[in-house]
Design a protein around this ligand. Structure first.
Ligand code: NAD
Length: 478
């Protein structure tokens, strides 16, 4: 068994206690990680603060070279990282390979874009020279969830490092392995000691200590609304900005003229990806009455053919992350089934592969859009289907939850597509496609309770910098 330490100041920090990490595909012990506590967060913050002046002063070109080398190291170790992520999270191996590629892309993308990010001189009347400068905050905290540890870790770490911040990262206790490994790879690629520190541990211990730490200058949090709210409150005491990436209940909206050959497999994929444990999962299907029967029939056929199994065997659907998550999904499905049984799937998962935390794809049809299962994030392969009979109603249902992360519109009518793009409340809107999370290049974040602040794209560089306006009077009388 491998024991994963805290990674602080470029080396393993001895920690006496450990947290067990379970392989969700088998239910067996996979690894043990350090149980970081407040004192380890203190050490990590101190190391990051000490490293900050030199890292900030490192020429942007050199930072960019180091980031590019980290991206190359991730690509070199792609298979190792993908297997580790698949074992740790239970996700299908090919999805874990994609995660490794995207993690590398974050370092490559910000290595490239950060060079073009600096330098804006504003025209002023008279003898004034005015600049808006982007300055790093100092030490940024990163609290990572278990569903996409590698991708979500790298999507805030890479831009933060690019603009000259130093990072303290707290991965999720359920799946902490790849983030720690990437920190080691980053140092092997030339990142100076103390610039990137990882302290695994429990949310209530290491996580809470990081969120409320006075030595942190900016916090990126990805996780649930409940914990995100607590983290934002803790950060408010220190008056620091927080970017919150929270949950979603994202709809696929299917109009009568949609190309169903394209729509239905994509809708199924948006549900099954990472066993539905994706913040941007397509967990609601809003379908026009006239095509409802056809769409659900086709969906049933697609779901009947999927392979379910351990993540490393690269099935279509792997297990849920933990026994706790499985129990949560089972309870939500059972509560809805009492009102009306699911059309597809359901049950207690007893017919699933043995050992791990498997749950079958489950579809509740003809739901009242106000039903709890159509309102709350399940974080499992559970789809809530409701019908509409006009565009107003489609938009009203789409906007009728507390979330606003993603929406997809399926129509060949450009007027309908543009109108819904305009009226739907979501941070990313897709037409005739579904990009869960989308590309590295697009900004990403939520409306409403899905959070605030933006990650990815150019906007992440702005998010992780503070601007300083400098006005200089020049000329003879200065
Ligand atoms: P979670 O909120 O329970 O945990 C997220 C992180 O917060 C973990 O690292 C955890 O250890 C830490 N944490 C827990 N309690 C804490 C505390 N009191 N103080 C500080 N940190 C604490 O969420 P989860 O179960 O890990 O992830 C699932 C949730 O994350 C879902 O709601 C999902 O939608 C959301 N999510 C959102 C995005 C996005 O980009 N919008 C991406 C992935 C996941």
């Amino acid at each position: 068994m491998i024991a994963y330490p805290c990674f602080v100041d470029g080396r393993a920090l001895p920690v006496d206690e450990v947290v067990d990490v379970v392989n969700p595909s088998t239910g067996e012990l996979l690894a043990q990680v350090a149980r970081g506590r407040a004192e380890h967060i203190d050490e990590a913050v101190a190391a990051a603060r000490a490293a900050f002046p030199a890292w900030r002063a490192t020429p942007v070109l050199e930072r960019s070279h180091i980031l590019r080398r980290i991206g190359a190291a991730i690509r070199r170790e792609r298979e190792e990282l993908a297997h580790l992520e698949s074992q740790d999270t239970g996700k299908p191996l090919s999805q874990a390979r994609t995660d490794a590629d995207v993690a590398a892309r974050y370092f490559e993308f910000y290595a490239n874009t950060v060079e073009a990010f600096y330098g804006q001189t504003l025209p002023q009347n008279g003898d004034y020279l005015a600049q808006t400068r982007h300055e790093p905050y100092g030490v940024t905290g990163h609290i990572i969830p278990w569903n996409y540890p590698m991708q979500i870790g790298c999507r805030t770490i890479a831009p933060s490092l690019a603009v000259g911040n130093c990072c303290v990262v707290k991965p999720a206790e359920e799946a902490p392995l790849t983030v720690t490994r990437i920190a080691e790879l980053a140092h092997g690629a030339g990142l100076p000691a103390g610039v990137l520190n990882v302290v695994p541990g429990l949310g209530a211990e290491a996580g809470a200590a990081l969120a409320g730490h006075p030595g942190i200058d900016h916090l990126s949090f990805t996780g649930s609304v409940l914990v995100g709210t607590a983290v934002a409150q803790a950060a408010a005491v220190n008056v620091i900005p927080v970017a919150l990436e929270l949950g979603g209940k994202s709809p696929n909206i299917v109009f009568p003229d949609a190309n169903l050959d394209l729509a239905v497999p994509t809708i199924a994929k948006s549900l099954l990806q990472n066993a539905g444990q994706t913040c941007s999962a397509g967990s609601r299907l809003l379908v026009h009455e006239s095509v409802h029967a056809d769409v659900v029939d086709r969906l049933e056929k697609v779901l009947a053919g999927i392979r379910i199994g351990p993540g490393p065997s690269d099935p279509d659907l792997g297990p849920l992350i933990s026994a706790r998550q499985l129990a949560r999904v089972q309870a939500m499905v059972a509560a809805q089934a009492e009102v009306r049984p699911p059309r597809i799937g359901g049950g207690d998962g007893a017919s699933m592969p043995p050992g791990g935390f498997y749950f079958p794809p489950t579809v509740f049809d003809d739901l009242d859009p106000g039903a709890l299962i159509a309102q709350e994030e399940v974080f499992g392969p559970v789809l809530a289907v409701s019908t509409f009979n006009n565009t107003d109603q489609a938009v009203e249902i789409a906007n009728g939850t507390q979330y606003g992360l993603i929406a997809a519109i399926w129509t060949r009518d450009l007027d309908v597509a543009l109108r819904v793009c305009d009226e739907v409340q979501a941070g990313q809107v897709y037409v005739n496609t579904y990009g869960a999370g989308g590309g590295v290049e697009f900004s990403f974040g939520g409306f409403k309770k899905s959070g605030y602040g933006r990650e990815k794209g150019f906007q992440a560089l702005e998010e992780l910098c503070q601007t300083k306006t400098v006005v200089i009077k020049v000329g003879r009388d200065a």
